[in-house]
Design a protein around this ligand. Structure first.
Ligand code: PSU
Ligand code: MN
Length: 303
């Protein structure tokens, strides 16, 4: 058995009820314990309150679990040595029956296999700064190019090269939709100075675009970017300083590859005295609200 779908999730899917997928790398590698577990459970509560079934996805003993229990989420948050699993890691983690945290890429893979169309996260991976030399481009972008899941995020972090990330998504045919904004959100801040492809004024409009993509048989994801609420946004200048210094330290320590994103997140938290973590948590909550509405609209349109 490679994949186990929680019965409640399966029942909702069978009855055209809204389901929202959630990732687990944000739990094991994106936030410290215990805030990670608290946030993961609160996100699920928000999704339920708004009328959908949450499905937090992770790999337990080599099995892709779609809809972890609260106990499993707790274990994910605490356990040492959980491996960050992107597409290339998946075969070995499954064959060796290990525990693995799913990134945006692998969460999309399991969501698509289970038939879940909407996935809420914080930020997606992208083209890293200096990718011209390092070739460091997140596998999340290729997954968005091929796998039929809509990802709701707060844009991409300025630890990435945002203009190149947009170019890459354009090349691979991924629509980048701004929720009630023309500008690409930059995770901790609402603006980036870059434009999204289309501003969308409602969840219904977004659901209609997703459906049009499916009806045309255009494989691949849709990226919805939802800016962090103003009251939780970080100061852009403070953020720029923290990000630049985190990247410098990363290079000095020779951190690269899959360790890069977790290292930068932890460093930025340290440099902002924990404020970036508060922002990170709030933007995920905000994405959960919008994602749940999109999932509900999709069910209605499919009715
Ligand atoms: N961005 C965040 N928090 C995260 C991640 C991204 O703000 O936890 C995680 C996601 O799981 C994403 C992964 O899929 O980092 C990207 O890693 P990489 O750049 O190594 O592909
Ligand atoms: Mn990478």
């Amino acid at each position: 058995m490679m994949i186990r779908v929680n019965p409640e999730v399966q029942k909702a899917l069978d009855n055209n009820q809204p389901v929202v997928a959630l990732e687990s790398t944000i739990i094991s590698h994106g936030m410290p314990y215990p805030q990670n577990v608290k946030t993961a459970l609160e996100v699920e509560a928000i999704i339920r309150e708004k009328g959908a079934v949450p499905a937090t996805i992770g790999i337990i003993d080599g099995v892709g679990v779609v809809g972890m229990t609260p106990e499993e989420i707790e274990e994910f948050g605490k356990r040492e040595g959980i491996i960050k699993v992107s597409r290339r890691d998946l075969p070995v983690i499954m064959s060796k029956k290990l525990w693995g945290a799913t990134t945006v890429a692998t969460t999309m893979i399991f969501a698509a296999k289970a038939g879940i169309e909407v996935f809420v996260t914080g930020g997606v991976g992208g083209v890293h700064r200096g990718a011209q030399e390092t070739f460091d481009i997140s596998a999340d972008l290729q997954e968005l190019a091929h796998t039929n899941v809509t990802v709701i995020c707060a844009g991409a972090k300025a630890i990435l090269d945002l203009p190149l990330t947009l170019e890459y998504l354009e090349t691979f045919g991924v629509p980048v939709l701004g929720y009630k904004t023309k500008e690409l959100a930059a995770f901790y801040t609402r603006t980036s100075g870059l434009m999204v492809d289309y501003e969308m004024d409602s969840e219904k409009e977004i659901a209609e675009a997703i459906l049009a993509k499916r009806e045309m048989g255009l494989d691949g994801g849709v990226l919805v970017t939802n800016p962090i609420p103003e009251e939780y946004a970080m100061n852009k200048d403070e953020m720029d300083v923290a990000i630049n210094s985190a990247i410098k330290e990363m290079d000095a320590q020779g951190v690269h590859g899959k360790d890069s994103t977790p290292f930068l997140l932890a460093k930025i938290k340290e440099l902002t005295g924990g404020k970036s973590l508060d922002s990170n948590i709030q933007l995920v909550f905000n994405n959960a609200r919008v994602g749940t509405e999109i999932a509900k609209e999709l069910c209605q349109l499919r009715g």
